[in-house]
Design a protein around this ligand. Structure first.
Ligand code: PHE
Length: 341
């Protein structure tokens, strides 16, 4: 029986040494030292031995078990290390490889211009208002003295949800909305920036574009105030040398109305391709608030006066950055925008 134990020990050691991985090792452990393993099987036969031999064999069996257990443990450590090494070998990381660059973001040039416009008017004591892009026919047209069937609607064809609800065609509805809210209190001095929508699409017209609306209402507001305000704006935006020019125009919600030009930012007035040799560039529409609009919004046109203006933000950004195609703003080509960091 002693021989049997020793043979088993040798056999176990051989197998343990030959084990290639931790799974195999575990199987070997069960085979030899498990509850139903070889060692137990041998010891079951102890009863057949003469009684005086049993302690000796028992002691030997214990020694063999302890020996095998520590032998197993050593092999286990070895195999663990080997497996880890192999894994690391496979997943080797080259720390000298260049890392992934996180690109720095930047503001869209239109938002930069919008911020700048806001700053200029905030500096003149204006507050910023907001209004819905989905607008009712009433605020987009009626309240601005553009009743149904009025020819001015032709120029502002839009996207309708129903007969009464549409995407606003300009930011002017904010004039009526603001006056309704504040009337009959004075003064009003607000601007509103936002998206507007029209059924136009070419190099200088986009179906969606941005406007800045301005409205000032008080007891005695004159066209001189309008002109001074816009001149101040033009100079802060495009430089101290700027001049502006008001040309008579027509809007149903202002009377008198004007188209406002700034001196050409490219040729400074001497005439070039951009200003079509006129020396002037049109940037906005403006005028004195129409008495009908005051009436509809809750003000007495005998007691208050005011001016309003509306300008295209893309147009200003195009002039500022020298773009000749409005569509670059919405193509989202990062190479284009990277120039403005
Ligand atoms: N809303 C007009 C447009 O989009 C511009 C404008 C605003 C004109 C305010 C006069 C006063 O064409």
């Amino acid at each position: 029986m002693e021989q049997e134990l020793r043979d088993m020990e040798q056999q176990a050691k051989d197998k343990i040494s030959a084990a290639e991985n931790l799974d195999q090792l575990e199987k070997i452990r069960v085979e030899f030292l498990g509850k139903k393993g070889n060692l137990t099987t041998i010891l079951r036969k102890m009863g057949q031995l003469p009684e005086d031999e049993r302690p000796k064999i028992g002691k030997l069996a214990n020694e063999i078990r302890d020996g095998l257990e520590s032998f197993l443990k050593d092999r286990q450590e070895e195999l663990k290390e080997k497996e880890l090494k192999e894994k690391l070998e496979k997943e080797r990381i080259d720390v000298t490889l260049p890392g992934k660059k996180i690109e720095q973001g930047q503001k869209h040039p239109l938002n930069k211009v919008l911020d700048e416009i806001n700053e200029i008017f905030l500096g003149m004591g204006y507050t910023i208002q907001d209004g819905p892009e989905i607008e009712t026919d009433y605020y987009n047209f009626e309240a601005l003295n553009i009743p149904k069937g009025h020819p001015a609607r032709e120029m502002q064809d839009s996207f309708y949800f129903t007969d009464e609800i549409l995407l606003r065609t300009h930011t002017s509805p904010i004039q009526a909305r603001t006056m309704e809210k504040i009337a009959p209190k004075l003064p009003i001095r607000i601007i509103c920036t936002g998206k507007v929508y029209r059924k136009d699409d070419d190099a200088t017209h986009s179906p969606m574009f941005h406007q800045v609306e301005g409205l000032v209402v008080d007891e005695v507001i004159t066209m001189g105030d309008l002109k001074g305000t816009l001149l101040n704006f033009a100079r802060q935006m495009f430089g101290e040398k700027q001049q502006i020019r008001l040309r008579p125009s027509y809007f149903p919600f202002t009377e008198p109305s004007a188209e406002v030009d700034i001196s050409c930012v490219i040729c400074e007035g001497s005439g070039c391709r951009i200003c079509k040799n006129t020396g002037w560039l049109e940037i906005l529409g403006a005028g004195m608030v129409h008495p009908r609009v005051f009436e509809m919004s809750g003000y007495d046109p005998e007691k208050v006066t005011g001016f309003a203006f509306g300008m295209g933000v893309e147009r200003i950004a195009m002039l500022k950055y020298g773009f000749d195609d409005m569509r670059v703003f919405f193509a989202n080509d990062k190479r284009m925008f990277r120039q403005f960091i």
